[in-house]
Design a protein around this ligand. Sequence first.
Ligand code: CTP
Length: 402
Amino acid sequence: MLAGKKILLGVCGSIAAYKSAHLVRLLVKANAEVKVLMTPAATEFITPLTLATLSKQEVLIDFAEDNGRWNNHVELGLWADAMVVAPASANTLAKLASGICDNLLSAVYLSARCPVFFSPAMDLDMWKHGSTQANLERLKSYGNHIIPVGKGELASGLYGEGRMAEPEEITAELEQFFLAAEQERDLEGKKVLITAGPTVEMIDPVRFISNYSTGKMGFALAKEFAKRGAQVTMVKGPTVHQEVLEGVDTLEVTSAEEMYQAATARFGDSDIAVLAAAVADYTPTEQHAQKIKKNGGHMQLELVKTKDILQSLGQKKTKGQILVGFALETENEETNARQKLEKKNLDLVVLNSLNDKGAGFGHDTNKITVIDRKGNAKLFELKSKTAVAHDIVNEIVRISHA
Ligand code: CTP
């Protein structure tokens, strides 16, 4: 995730500056391009030569170098994909919070258009001081990111809060940030079809066969896809849960047959289809136009199999289209889900187990296992349906790149 990223690393005068060497190494190892800026005070703690050697770039300290070269702070600020100030001393935090600009690092900060991360490092008293905390709040309110401090051993050997985060934690934070930014609109231009909710199979004008599906999982998926830039069509049965989703083309249907018609009509034009609806497997052979009158002690209702929408789309699927189905199982879960994936020609099957507490119909949470065509099964923890939708979409993106 950091490969090719341009990182400006600002190093301040703090005993934790020794950790910057390791941080540079980690960033370079991740194939990021790193330019190091040091405050004059930082050079008292670590030599520019060390950081220049590790970053394979000249270290910049002053506006004007001895050789008469001028370091352009505006250009540096524009060059970077991210600026990281680590360690960020109490003094530099205070200066940057109020816009004081008396060295190259602070001038670059004021010119930077990229996200800026601060990894504070100081002793406990300085850290806890109201002034420092107020400065951090101010920096945050300007959109900067503050990397949490460690709570263990201070560089000076003392214990307490204020210790700089480990270089591994800082790189993880950056990776997370770039990943999230990349994921934000990673499905721009993709057309996505979703089926959601139950179907309702009418027996007569007042009676029907249906199930407890609320449609929440389908709604969560539609929202997640739309958020990531996809053009979403949701074909949904009558759901208790109602929500107008902005940017989602919602088609209301009632029966399995109507859902089949709507979904097949849209599938040809879709890049991705996720069928999350709980479609009735059987429907009354006959739909009475008038209310059925009671008559005797028994009554027989004849049902006929509905069309399997998922299977039918699996047969129609062409190269490049991704088809995802759900499987709700109570026994031999993974085996059954794998069979479903094969039989219906799916790219992914999302397995819900009814044996898991909090998973399935009606809950706001779900616990899933995602199985791909290679047979890999990925088990996720119990999460909100929104978080589950995020995981499912990530898996779809992963297999589409594979
Ligand atoms: N599905 C569908 N059309 C149907 C029935 C199911 O599109 N008529 C889709 C669901 O939206 C879901 C998956 O198929 O993605 C669920 O299959 P499921 O009902 O669990 O299993 P079945 O294939 O119906 O098999 P069984 O009833 O034997 O478990």
